[in-house]
Write a protein that binds this ligand. Structure first.
Ligand SMILES: NC(=O)c1ccc[n+]([C@@H]2O[C@H](COP(=O)([O-])OP(=O)(O)OC[C@H]3O[C@@H](n4cnc5c(N)ncnc54)[C@H](O)[C@@H]3O)[C@@H](O)[C@H]2O)c1
Length: 253
């Protein structure tokens, strides 16, 4: 448990900070002492996260971003760094999930899921690496159990999250001697708006997707992955690099 000083003097950026796991992560990092840039496509809701952090005595700022768009990413990161200083922690939490039969999925939906989940994670990493090369840093990406063992009806999502895992390992190797760590978490079913309402194909065989819920059938509290992200981002995890840590109540074991 942190005493609130874990990230003192450090700036963290969290994408997807308007909702679910991203909001929980932004609040957790701020409680642990970070000044937090709350980035999201939903700028108004990200501003609510900022209000929550400030009300608790923390420091935060919000910026609108579409993580799949390089210019938008650069603009948002520059705005946060102008306000809060160089980025030392990045949590890539933004993501989207769409269910479909793979023989019916549109190219547009495929592209959007891969662009947001995989390219967006890369573009965010790329944007903060210059600051981190100068000041040191730690990146935590959010993969998924679906990107570890696969999952029916979400081929683009599973492929994008498998890509996030390998992107994490590739960057961990590349920057291991230059002061930047990269890790990922692979959550099972977490109780967030993403899982609160899902549009399944009409002919969905639910027996095929039961594994995507935690092995004991319980949804995970978003504060748990938030705490894991905070640990991985902190100096307490200084020797943990290039790992993909499941948080799934034994689903992947
Ligand atoms: N909920 C789960 O069961 C679960 C399990 C494994 C992994 N994940 C992953 O965890 C992450 C967080 O998911 P969540 O459950 O909190 O979902 P959520 O829908 O509550 O939050 C996702 C956030 O990402 C934002 N977002 C979407 N597209 C964006 C874009 N292009 N640019 C910037 N922001 C964008 C949304 O506005 C939203 O605020 C996602 O990457 C998701 O794939 C979720």
């Amino acid at each position: 448990m942190s005493d609130g000083t874990r990230f003192d003097g450090r700036t963290a950026i969290v994408t997807g900070a308007a909702s679910g796991m991203g909001r929980a992560t932004a609040i957790r990092l701020a409680a642990d002492g970070a000044a937090v840039g709350c980035l999201d496509l939903a700028a108004d809701a990200a501003a609510e996260t900022v209000e929550t952090i400030r009300a608790a005595g923390g420091r935060a700022t919000a910026a609108a971003v579409d993580v799949s768009d390089r210019d938008s990413v650069r603009t948002a990161v520059a705005a946060v760094e102008a306000d809060l200083g160089p980025t030392r922690v990045l949590a890539n939490v933004a993501g989207i999930l769409k269910f479909a039969n793979s023989h019916e999925v549109s190219v547009e939906d495929w592209d959007r899921v891969v662009d947001v989940n995989l390219k967006g994670t890369f573009l965010m990493c790329q944007a903060v690496i210059p600051s981190m090369l100068e000041h040191g840093g730690s990146v935590v990406n959010v993969a998924s159990t679906a990107g570890v063992f696969g999952q029916a009806y979400v081929a683009a999502y599973a492929a994008s999250k498998g890509g996030v895992a390998m992107l994490t390992r590739a960057l961990a190797w590349e920057y291991v001697k230059r002061g930047i760590r990269f890790n990922a978490i692979a959550p099972g079913g977490v109780a967030t708006p993403m899982t609160g309402h899902v549009d399944f194909p009409e002919d969905t065989d639910f027996s095929l997707i039961q594994k995507s819920i935690a092995a004991d059938g319980q949804m995970i509290d978003p504060n748990e992955p938030a705490a894991l992200i905070a640990f991985l981002a902190s100096d307490e995890a200084a020797s943990i690099n290039g790992t993909i840590i499941p948080i799934d109540r034994a689903t992947t074991t």
